[in-house]
Design a protein around this ligand. Structure first.
Ligand SMILES: [Zn+2]
Length: 300
């Protein structure tokens, strides 16, 4: 085969969507089909509400049907320094769209834009994560649940930076201890999916313009406790899949047999088209009883 046609052949294989590409080799059925939506950044601007509705309709037209939606955070456009009225409006819009346009159960994770860090509001009862937790009827920003033989662990990535001015990606001691005991108490045959807003491990941060002799990225871009987390996962081979968002770019990294997927963004480039080469989209993932999965990124 000439090099040119070999490359052509490889290209076609690489371009085939992973779902159809791998599913023909399977005979067993998935135990669960999930849609991972992240970075919706909803507000009543830039056509976002209509586009988000289109995304939800797209998710609901699959056959077999999607059983569960995981919302990976940055649920609303931005709360950080906003006024309470603007925040209320963003959340009311989210609730009404979810109520009227979606029938699939949803589990939520908080993103950095779902935290209220307005300095003037420090004495307010809603300061920090409290407002969003109340809206989502969650007691804590991290939790776990089991469904159809898989264990799901939802993490809280966002914490205030050491100088109190911005945020960094980490769990903190208390949540790290909780995660360790969750992993320890999960039967070793039960496959585990972990969702965080900020990626635990991603390659997309290295795609930077004008690199001279070093790359630079912030502690808010990826989990700063990445080494501790990957060490921990190494002890538990049933940790299979880690989903994240935050960067609005799509990648898939496999490290020590754990697959880390940064799943683009429903909002694309914050409702302004495409972020580099990543279209606005969502992840569609079929989970199997043996801990394997098929996944693809879908531009709705
Ligand atoms: Zn984010």
């Amino acid at each position: 085969m000439k090099r040119r046609s070999l490359l052509k052949g490889l290209g076609a294989a690489a371009l085939a969507p992973s779902l159809s590409f791998t599913s023909k080799f399977r005979t067993e059925k998935p135990v669960l089909r999930i849609a991972h939506i992240t970075d919706v950044h909803l507000k009543d601007d830039l056509g976002a509400p209509k586009k988000f509705e289109r995304c939800l309709h797209h998710i609901q037209q699959h056959s077999p049907k999607v059983d569960l939606i995981l919302n990976g955070g940055d649920i609303v456009f931005d709360m950080n320094k906003e006024k309470l009225n603007d925040i209320d409006a963003q959340w009311k819009l989210m609730e009404s769209i979810m109520k009227n346009e979606n029938d699939i159960p949803v589990k939520y994770c908080l993103g950095n834009h779902d935290v209220w860090w307005n300095e003037d509001s420090k004495d307010e009862v809603f300061y920090g994560k409290k407002y969003s937790l109340d809206r989502l009827e969650l007691e804590k920003p991290y939790y776990s649940f089991s469904q159809n033989g898989w264990k799901f662990i939802i993490l809280d990535s966002t914490h205030q930076d050491i100088d109190d001015t911005w945020y960094i990606g980490k769990l903190g001691n208390k949540q790290m201890e909780w995660l360790s005991s969750e992993l320890k108490n999960t039967p070793e045959k039960t496959p585990i999916l972990i969702m965080s807003h900020i990626p635990i491990l991603t390659s997309v941060l290295m795609i930077q313009d004008n690199v001279i002799n070093r790359w630079e990225f912030l502690g808010g871009d990826m989990h700063t406790d990445c080494a501790q987390l990957t060490d921990l996962f190494y002890e538990y081979p049933n940790v299979k899949l880690c989903l994240s968002g935050h960067i609005h770019m799509r990648d898939k990294v496999v490290y020590n047999d754990v697959t880390y997927i940064c799943d683009g963004a429903v909002s694309g480039a914050w409702w302004n088209g495409i972020r580099r080469q990543t279209n606005p989209g969502y992840g569609l993932i079929d989970l199997y009883a043996d801990g394997s999965f098929n996944e693809s990124y879908i531009n709705y």
